[in-house]
Each structure stands twice: as C-alpha cells, then as structure tokens.
Design a protein around this ligand. Sequence first.
Ligand code: ADP
Length: 296
Amino acid sequence: MVEFSNVSKTYNKDFEALKNINLQIDKGEFVFVVGASGAGKSTFLKLCMREEVPTTGTVTINGFDLNNIKKRKIPYFRRTLGIVFQDFRLIPDMRVYDNVAFALRVTGTKEKEVRRRVTHALSMVGLLGKTQSLPKELSGGEQQRAAIARALVNGPELIIADEPTGNVDPQMSLEIVELLNAINRSEGTTIIMVTHAHDLVKRFDHRIIALKDGEIIADGYDKEQILPTLEEDILAEEHAGYYAAPREMGAVEQFIFSYGKSDDAADAPDAVSDAEPDADPFDDPADEPAEGGDEQ
Ligand code: ADP
C-alpha cells in the first residue's frame, strides 16, 4: 500500500517540485502516472523508493513509515520493491540468468531457491530460452523483459516502472505493459508505471494519476477526460524536440546492493533484528532524519 499525506517536496529551499500530494494506492492496483516533463513524476518515484524524503507530509509504503525509517532498515524496505528503468540497467557482463539471480544472491539466498525463483521469473517473462545470453545479445524488448524478471524475482509487493517503454518499439511497448498487467493479475503485485505514452495508457482501464507543475490535476479512471488535459503539454514537448532521457537514479548495482545482506533472504522486515548490511554503497541523499522517530 502506498500513502502520501500532505506531501510537498522543495528543492534548493524554494522550488516546490511537489505540492500537497494526497493519495492512496491499494495493494493490487495498477496505476499510470502521467504528466509532462518537469511535472514531478521522478520526484514522486524518488519519494516512493526513499531516495528522497518529503519536505513536509508523510509517505508510507508497504507498511514502512519512510519519514522515520532507520537507515539500517532501508535495505529491508527496498526488498519489498521491484524497479524497472527506462534504460533497463542490466549488468552488461552478466548473463540473463545471473542478472536476475543477482538480487537474490546479494541477500544470501541459497542456490536451490535462487534457481527456483529465477526460473519462475524468467518463465513469466518468456525468456527461459535466453538464460545464457548476455544483455547485448538481446533486443531492447528482451532486455526490458529480463529487467522485469529481475524486478519480480524477490516477490515484491510493489513494482515501480519508470518509463519502461521509453526505449522499445511500439509493438514491444504494448507487450511490456501487457506483461506488467499479467504480473499484476497473477501475482497481485501493485504496479506504478510512469509513462509519456498516452496511446498505451488508452489501451487499458487502469487508474490514471495526472501531475502538472507538482500538483495532482486528475486522479481516476476516465481516460477520455484525463488524457486530453495533458496532451497540449506533451505535444509542446515533442515540438521542442524533447527526448525523455533516462533518469539519474544511481546505478542498478547500487540499488540492488542497497537491499543489504541477511542470513535469511526470505525474512519479513518485521522479523529482522540487528542485521546490519555489510555494505550499503547506495548513495542515499535522504539519510539525515533516518535515526529518529519510530521504525517499522
Ligand atoms: P518529471 O519527472 O515529471 O520530469 P521531476 O520530478 O524530475 O519531473 O522534476 C520536477 C521539477 O523539479 C523540475 O522542475 C525539476 O527541474 C526540479 N528538480 C528535480 N530534481 C531536482 C533537484 N535535485 N534539484 C533541483 N530541482 C530539481
């Protein structure tokens, strides 16, 4: 479950990138987040991943109070997420199987369990025939499917997909969203997908949250009503030759390492006691308040 309550995010002391955001996304929902460049989508995702903390208001994700979570618990929180990036972010010198297995191995999962889960994830995305391929030997669509397998291998409660179709052709784009849709249905995984691709959004009946200048201007299911309000902005971007460049979110290796280590990868966050991650190279600009307040 995702809950934003009166959330604002100010950069450089006076620029409000998000203004008084209130929303709730229930377990099992599939939500598109749309809006022109600069609307605040990336900031919204960073708050969801606890790469940033709100300037005011509270963010609660998967039962974790992200305002007050202790730094050493952040890896456990992040294990409840799967992230899919626009530019795939597979590790280039690792085969597909190992890319997907990596997130499990860094948490100390036994190889037998790794094999079981990786096989399940790769079969869900239809890549069992490519387990020994390197990323460069795959098409863009296949690379994104491998990245989706990596995102789901941990059995996350929430998958965050940041422009997942931005680097693949239209036919493959539809397949990528259909795949996320299938995961949403079969695994009950909550999906938040940020996208510019209104043509794709129109093909589904999912909830749409529209951002503009840091505010939610629409939140609902009425695509005929919601999407046209943004199309002028998107067209203006296209005229300006705008290209949705991959976002800076820190390398995926760092993100996965930020899951931290534990003896039992399957442990629930609540069951985790003092297991301090051995290494947390994730550069978290939002650490400061992490030691105060209640933890999950
Ligand atoms: P979107 O993802 O919709 O393009 P962002 O969340 O990236 O929007 O950005 C919203 C606004 O906040 C933009 O005007 C952007 O320039 C600004 N912004 C984003 N990140 C920072 C930052 N780290 N420092 C200062 N301004 C930022």
